[in-house]
Design a protein around this ligand. Structure first.
Ligand SMILES: Nc1ncnc2c1ncn2[C@@H]1O[C@H](COP(=O)(O)OP(=O)(O)OP(=O)(O)O)[C@@H](O)[C@H]1O
Ligand SMILES: [Mg+2]
Length: 258
């Protein structure tokens, strides 16, 4: 068996605060294969963002081991693309130069990557908006710009932390479809964090289901559905998967149906 691209082994995270320590993640063990799309779903405060930040090397883990491509994660990783809940665009840069920010920071070749940026903008429905400033865009369009910005330098790993959290339901659905198409084309290894059970099942090869804090992995579910998955043509098995995750949350006391 080849070594998985990403590996979490018995990872714990304890935050030290003024009022004592907070165990945010408890004994997390999972791996992600190259080109796999994994979603993490779990209630608020269960440690999802903490897992993503530890993987990106933005915060240290307290114990256990995290590796990317066999290398231990001990400092911020440069070879990843991250999409946060807020789009965090620079107001004074237009759409195209917000996307090109990654290229400028990394001192990569502008001429080569400008066409990559234009291609990504076109694929996410932003053709014609290259010269607009962020304040001229809707929330959904801003989030699409940040997806393009996360992908433009062609990182092998894409991390998304509730990228659609602040968007309306229709825009969420549309961007989910865009993400699916981009992923099918580029086959980046992806970790996608969400509160939404249907969104996790729609997008992922496997879904990691987490318990309330201290966040533990309750189950890792394989989603065996052919792609492209269409929201208007979902097979009955889609509901079986979503129902199973709902049942896990019900038994953990996260969801009450009556
Ligand atoms: N810097 C910090 N210092 C202390 N505690 C923290 C810190 N960051 C997060 N926590 C705590 O760790 C736990 C997990 O936080 P985290 O942000 O990872 O949750 P989450 O699953 O991403 O939640 P949400 O779905 O609301 O974004 C929470 O109880 C939170 O209060
Ligand atoms: Mg979070």
């Amino acid at each position: 068996m080849p070594e998985p691209f990403i590996r979490f082994q018995n990872v714990n995270k304890v935050y030290q605060t003024k009022n004592g320590s907070v165990q945010a993640v408890l004994d997390a063990t999972f791996d992600i294969a190259q080109s796999e799309f994994v979603a993490i779903v779990g209630p608020s405060g269960c440690g999802k963002t903490t897992i993503l930040k530890m993987l990106a090397g933005l915060i240290p883990h307290t114990s256990g081991a995290i590796t990317i491509g066999g290398q231990r994660v001990e400092k911020p990783q440069t070879d990843v693309g991250i999409v946060f809940q807020d789009s965090i665009l620079l107001d004074w840069r237009d759409v195209l130069s917000n996307v090109m920010l990654q290229i400028d920071i990394r001192k990569m070749d502008r001429a080569t990557f400008q066409s990559v940026a234009m291609d990504l903008l076109e694929k996410t429905g932003l053709e014609g908006f290259e010269r607009k400033k962020p304040y001229e865009l809707s929330g959904g369009m801003k989030q699409r710009v940040s997806i393009c910005r996360a992908l433009v330098h062609d990182p092998p790993l894409l991390l998304m932390d509730e990228p659609f959290g602040a968007l309306d339901a229709l825009t969420r659905e549309q961007i989910s479809m865009d993400i699916q198409h981009l992923w099918m084309e580029k086959r980046k290894t992806a970790l996608h964090i969400t509160h939404s059970i249907p969104e996790a099942v729609l997008l992922a090869d496997r879904v990691i289901v987490m318990s309330p804090r201290p966040g533990r992995i309750v189950e890792i579910m394989e989603i065996d559905l052919p792609r492209p998955r269409r929201l208007d043509k979902l097979p009955p098995r889609f509901n079986d998967y979503a129902g199973h995750i709902r049942d896990l949350f019900k038994s953990a006391g996260v969801l009450a149906m009556d």
